[in-house]
Design a protein around this ligand. Structure first.
Ligand SMILES: Cc1cc2nc3c(=O)[nH]c(=O)nc-3n(C[C@H](O)[C@H](O)[C@H](O)COP(=O)(O)OP(=O)(O)OC[C@H]3O[C@@H](n4cnc5c(N)ncnc54)[C@H](O)[C@@H]3O)c2cc1C
Length: 554
C-alpha cells in the first residue's frame, strides 16, 4: 500500500520549497509529501490520487493565490478527498475569511504565516490533525473498481468475466455507494448506464470490451509462438487437464479459451463428487488450482480468444483465432464443452443480465440477498444453484418440468433442497413468460399437469435448462452427430468396406480421435461422453496419450 500523502500548495516558489522541505524532514518516513504551485495543479494531483485510491491525509494550502484561492481549492477537494484534513496558510489580514470558512469547507485549522519555529508553531498542529486522520482512516481496496448500475447487463457481464478470470475487483454500486460519484468525478466522466472500470494505477475505461480488460489486467491474449505441438480449444476441466498433461510431458502446449478458464465447472458453487475433495470444492477453486498447475508446468493459456476455424495443411493443423491470427500445430484437442440452452419466451432477451441469468448463480448470489428468486431446471446444476441461492435470497422457487425431481438430480441434492425452509419445489412447472421494464419483475409459471398459468412476482430468474455444443466452426472438417457433438473413435461412421469414411491412415482412429488424424475431442463436446467433471478430466488426460502416438507417427 502506498504511503498516505500530504499535499502542500503555494504559488510562491520559495515558500513552497520551504514548507515542502520542512514537512518532508518531519513526516517523510510515513507520508509522501507532494507540492503544487497553484490550485488547479493541486486539483489535478487530488484527482489522480483519488483514481489510484492513494489516501490523501492532509492538504496545506496558501490562501492568496491567483485564479483559485486556497479556500476555493479546499472547497473543490471536498468531494474528491472527503476525509483529508485541511489547513489554510493565511496572512494576518485573511484571518476573518479563514474563520468563516471553518464551517463551509470543513477547514480544520488555519495558520498564520510565518510559523517559525516549525517545531513549536507548525508540527504540533499538523501532528494532531494527522493522528486524528490516522484514527479514522480505513485502507481502501487497491485493485480494480467496477462502477455500475445493478441493473446494467454489461456491468453483470464484466463482473462475471472478472470473477471467472480470478481478477479481484470491488463492485461500486451507482445507486448505493457514494464512492461511485467520487470516482466518476475524478475520472472526469458523467455517470450513466455504461460501467466504468478504474484500475489500481489510476487509469480508467468506460464500458471496455473483455479483450481490452484482459490486456489491461495482464491476461494473455496473444500466443508467443507460431507453431505448437498441441493446441487445446477450451479451458474447461477437459482442456485444463489436457494442458497439464501436455505441458508436463514436454509438448509445446497452447490452450485457447473464449471466456474464462474453468468452463461450466467454473460456474458451480459446490462440487461434491470430485475425487479427493471430501468436503467438496467450488468450481472457481478447481479452476484456479488447474490454471496454476498448467501454467507452472509450462502450458501457455490465452483467454478472451475464440477458435473460429480449423484447416489442414500437410502434417499441420491450423487453428484460426478471432483476432485473425493463425496457429499451426501437430495436433488439436477440441474441449469446447457445451453452452446453456436459451429459454425462448416473449420479453426475455432484454432482461438477460438484469434479472435473468444463464448459469451465473455464484456471481449474482450476493446480489439476491432478501429477494425472491426462481431457478429453472431439473438437473444437478439447477439443484446446486438453488441450494446456494437459498443462503442469500428470501425465497427460492425451483421449477422442474418433469413430474419427479429424483429423475434428474442426485439424491444428496434432493435431500438438501427438501431440508431448506426457504426453497419451494414445483413439479410439472415451466416459465411461460417474463415481464419487467428496467429489470425482471414477474414470471408466468405454467403448470402442465393442471393446465394453468399464473403470474408470480420475481426479482431474479436463473436458468439451467440444458446445453448445446457450439461446433459450427468445425462443420465440414470433422464428423458431428445430429445435435452437433463431435464423434470419435469407434462411433465414427464407416464406409461399406468397414473402414472409417475418408480416413487416410493404415491405423484405426484412436478412442478420442475424430475422423481427421491429429484432431481429438474430449469432455462434454464429445458425442456420447459422460457429462461430468471427472470424466472430462479423464478424457483430457487420455487424449494427450493419443496425441503423443499421433505425433510419433508423423
Ligand atoms: C452449474 C453446473 C454445475 C455442475 N456441477 C457438477 C458437479 O457437481 N459434478 C460434476 O461432475 N459435473 C458437474 N457439472 C458438469 C461439468 O461442469 C461439465 O461436465 C464439465 O465442466 C465439462 O467440462 P468440459 O471441459 O468438457 O467443458 P466445459 O466445462 O463446457 O468447458 C468448455 C470451455 O470451452 C470454451 N470454448 C467453447 N468454445 C470455444 C472456442 N471456439 N474457442 C475457445 N474456447 C471455447 C468455453 O468458454 C468453456 O470455458 C456441472 C455443470 C454446471 C453447468
Amino acid at each position: 500500500m502506498a504511503n498516505p500523502v500530504i499535499l502542500v500548495v503555494d504559488d510562491e516558489p520559495a515558500v513552497l520549497r520551504a514548507v515542502e522541505r520542512e514537512l518532508r524532514g518531519h513526516y517523510g518516513t510515513e507520508y509522501t509529501v507532494l507540492a503544487a504551485d497553484s490550485g488547479t495543479a493541486a486539483l489535478d494531483v487530488i484527482r489522480r490520487l483519488a483514481l489510484r485510491e492513494t489516501p490523501l491525509a492532509l492538504i496545506v494550502s496558501d490562501q492568496r493565490m491567483p485564479r483559485m484561492t486556497g479556500i476555493e481549492l479546499l472547497a473543490a477537494s471536498l468531494e474528491l478527498a472527503p476525509d483529508a484534513r485541511r489547513v489554510l496558510l493565511t496572512a494576518y489580514a485573511d484571518t476573518d475569511v479563514a474563520i468563516r470558512a471553518i464551517n463551509e469547507i470543513r477547514l480544520d485549522q488555519y495558520l498564520q504565516k510565518p510559523w517559525d519555529p516549525p517545531e513549536e508553531r507548525l508540527f504540533p498542529v499538523l501532528d494532531d490533525l494527522l493522528s486524528d486522520w490516522q484514527a479514522t482512516f480505513r485502507p481502501s481496496f487497491e485493485g480494480i473498481r467496477l462502477v455500475g448500475h445493478r441493473w446494467s447487463a454489461r456491468a453483470h457481464e464484466i463482473k462475471d468475466y472478472l470473477a471467472r478470470n480470478l481478477v479481484p475487483y470491488r463492485w461500486v454500486d451507482v445507486e448505493g455507494d457514494p464512492e461511485a460519484q467520487r470516482l466518476a468525478t475524478a475520472a472526469g466522466i458523467e455517470l450513466g448506464r455504461d460501467p466504468l472500470l478504474v484500475f489500481a494505477d489510476g487509469s480508467h475505461l468506460l464500458d471496455p470490451a473483455n479483450e481490452t480488460i484482459a490486456e489491461k489486467v495482464g491476461l494473455r491474449t496473444r500466443a508467443d509462438l507460431q507453431t505448437y505441438d498441441l493446441v487445446i480449444v477450451g479451458g474447461g476441466p477437459a482442456g485444463l487437464a489436457a494442458a497439464v498433461y501436455g505441458a508436463s510431458e514436454g509438448l509445446r502446449t497452447l490452450l485457447v479459451e473464449r471466456e474464462a478458464p474453468g468452463g461450466q465447472a467454473g460456474t458451480t458453487s459446490r462440487i461434491e463428487n470430485y475425487l479427493g475433495f471430501p468436503a467438496g470444492l467450488s468450481g472457481a477453486d478447481l479452476a484456479r488450482r488447474a490454471v496454476a498447475q498448467a501454467s507452472r508446468l509450462g502450458a501457455e493459456l490465452l483467454t478472451s480468444r475464440e477458435a473460429t476455424a480449423l484447416r489442414l495443411e500437410d502434417r499441420y493443423r491450423l487453428v484460426t483465432l478471432d483476432d485473425g491470427s493463425e496457429i499451426a500445430c501437430g495436433a488439436v484437442i477440441v474441449a469446447s464443452g457445451v453452452q446453456y440452452r436459451r429459454l425462448q419466451v416473449d420479453g426475455i432477451d432484454p432482461l438477460v443480465g438484469v434479472g435473468v441469468f444463464y448459469g451465473a448463480a455464484i456471481t449474482e448470489a450476493l446480489a439476491t440477498r432478501g429477494q425472491r428468486v426462481a431457478v429453472v431446471g431439473g438437473g444437478n446444476s439447477a439443484g446446486q444453484a438453488a441450494v446456494h441461492l437459498a443462503k442469500f435470497a428470501a425465497s427460492v422457487l425451483l421449477l422442474v418440468r418433469g413430474g419427479s425431481i429424483e429423475a434428474g438430480m442426485s439424491a444428496y441434492l434432493v435431500d438438501q433442497l427438501r431440508a431448506l425452509p426457504n426453497v419451494t419445489i414445483r413439479l410439472n412447472a415451466s416459465v411461460a413468460a417474463v415481464r419487467g421494464t428496467e429489470s425482471l419483475e414477474e414470471i408466468t409459471v405454467e403448470d402442465s399437469a393442471a393446465g394453468t398459468r399464473a403470474p408470480e412476482p420475481m426479482d431474479a430468474l436463473f436458468l439451467f435448462i440444458g446445453a448445446l455444443p457450439r461446433t459450427e466452426w468445425l462443420a465440414g472438417i470433422v464428423e458431428r452427430d445430429g445435435a452437433g457433438f463431435i464423434v470419435t473413435g469407434p462411433a465414427l461412421a464407416r464406409a461399406a468396406d468397414g473402414r472409417v469414411a475418408g480416413w487416410p491412415l493404415a491405423r484405426e482412429p484412436f478412442l478420442l480421435e475424430t475422423n481427421v488424424p491429429g484432431i481429438f475431442a474430449a469432455g462434454d463436446v464429445r458425442s456420447r461422453s459422460v457429462k461430468r467433471i471427472a470424466s472430462g478430466v479423464g478424457e483430457g488426460s487420455m487424449a494427450v496419450q493419443f496425441v503423443h502416438q499421433h505425433l510419433a507417427g508423423l
